[in-house]
Write a protein that binds this ligand. Structure first.
Ligand SMILES: Nc1ncnc2c1ncn2[C@@H]1O[C@H](COP(=O)(O)OP(=O)(O)OP(=O)(O)O)[C@@H](O)[C@H]1O
Ligand SMILES: [Mg+2]
Length: 382
């Protein structure tokens, strides 16, 4: 039986971003899993924008919804049990949530590519590396087998695999963990995607390889001008590479801003905890690394009020009972803490690290930028 299905070829990445829009706009996205144990609010009000050439760091503890948010954007969540409860995802002005599965197949890999969290589960053990690298090119670009193999060799070379002409014939188990990760990056970059979503691409690797992989992704970005979403539980990983950072907690973004804002002027107590847990060369004995005490809540039973309140050292009665709005400054820096717009509160409690001290010296303007609007989160009922 003929294997060919009707393909949709939209080539959205060739179309201009409409005036006033961003390359990617995630707008109050909500995706819940309806399970036997209850409703898992895995993605609850995620909001950010991303432009070409930019890198967004998505940071949060295990289970905070980082992967599920990315998989929802890619249209890779099974519905049911998943269900979109609200919001939108727009790519070059077009809603991805309204696209058919065939249209999404055209977008995945070609326009938006993802490096999955576990490289071993995303590489098929029974196919050669070359075949898997060429698959997207044959699918999206109509390459012949020979053309695809030639390009696969080029891609392996590009990501620093020695002897690519030979290695292209190998199977995944013949590659080390670091090399498999490079193959995953090569595979994601094969069709020059507009947006690359990298889900913890370096967590399983040792520090030297981590640095090499990140450097490689940055080099590719310089060449191709693509946008990157870098997902990590470690704020330190994105410190030097991200333009913007979204901090997630229990399925919700709690703070979003430019990397400068997040590192030099963080305004949410959870972000303070993350900043405090990054090793800081200038931290004194008096300010040791301080972990955030306690554990994140179950997403089936998110606390009323602020979901971070049970672990927050500054929580008041209001925090335990009233869900905070999203407070947005003029620059687009937002936070969901009742007190993040109170300059005195922020000044008294924000961590003093070498970065924040440096920023404070640079300008006396450590105060929070003026509030533009109090946008009520349209999140689900508590
Ligand atoms: N198919 C599913 N059905 C029900 N719940 C799910 C499903 N997939 C994920 N979840 C839940 O969604 C929540 C968010 O998971 P997610 O994998 O996005 O976390 P994460 O931030 O990527 O964590 P990690 O750092 O460990 O990778 C978790 O509570 C998880 O148990
Ligand atoms: Mg994950």
């Amino acid at each position: 039986m003929a294997k060919k299905i009707n393909r949709v070829q939209m080539n959205l990445k060739e179309q201009p971003v409409p005036e006033g829009s961003h390359l990617l706009e995630v707008d109050n996205l909500q995706m819940y899993f309806h399970t036997q144990d209850g409703v898992v609010k895995a993605v609850d009000g995620v909001t950010y924008t991303l432009d070409r050439g930019e890198t967004l760091g998505v940071v949060g503890e295990s289970g905070s919804g980082k992967s599920v948010t990315a998989l929802t954007i890619m249209g890779l969540i099974d519905m049911p049990p998943g269900q979109i409860e609200g919001g939108d995802v727009r790519y070059r002005g077009q809603s991805l949530l309204e696209m058919s599965e065939l249209q999404m197949q055209d977008i995945r890999g070609n326009d938006i590519a993802m490096i999955f969290q576990d490289p071993m589960t995303s590489l098929n053990p029974v196919y050669t590396i070359g075949r898997q690298l060429g698959e997207g090119l044959r699918l999206h670009r109509g390459y012949t087998k020979e053309q695809a193999t030639a390009r696969a060799i080029e891609l392996l070379d590009m990501v620093g695999i020695p002897n690519p002409e030979e290695r292209v014939k190998d199977y995944p188990h013949q590659f080390s963990g670091g090399m498999r990760q490079r193959v995953m990056i090569a595979m994601a970059l094969a069709c020059d995607p507009d947006i690359l979503i990298a889900d913890e691409p370096t967590t399983a690797l040792d520090v030297t390889i981590q640095a090499q992989i990140i450097e490689l992704m940055m080099k590719m970005q310089e060449q191709n001008g693509n946008a990157i979403v870098m997902i990590t539980h470690d704020l330190g990983v994105v410190a030097d590479i991200a333009d913007k950072i979204m901090v997630m907690y229990a399925g919700r973004p709690v703070e979003f801003g430019t990397a400068e804002e997040i590192f030099y002027n963080p305004i949410h107590p959870y972000t303070w905890g993350l900043v405090r847990s990054i090793p800081d060369p200038v931290m004194t004995e008096k300010h040791p690394l301080t972990p955030i005490n306690g554990n994140p809540p179950s997403l089936v039973n998110v606390p009323t009020g602020c979901s971070f309140s049970p672990r927050c050292p500054y929580a008041t009665e209001k925090c335990h009972t009233e869900r905070p709005k999203r407070y947005v400054t003029e620059t687009g820096h937002y936070s969901t803490c009742h007190y993040s717009m109170e300059a005195d509160f922020v000044k008294a409690n924000a961590p003093a690290t070498s970065r924040t001290r440096k920023a404070a010296q640079k300008s006396a303007a450590t105060d929070v930028a003026p509030v533009k609007a109090d946008v009520a989160e349209k999140g689900g009922e508590e």
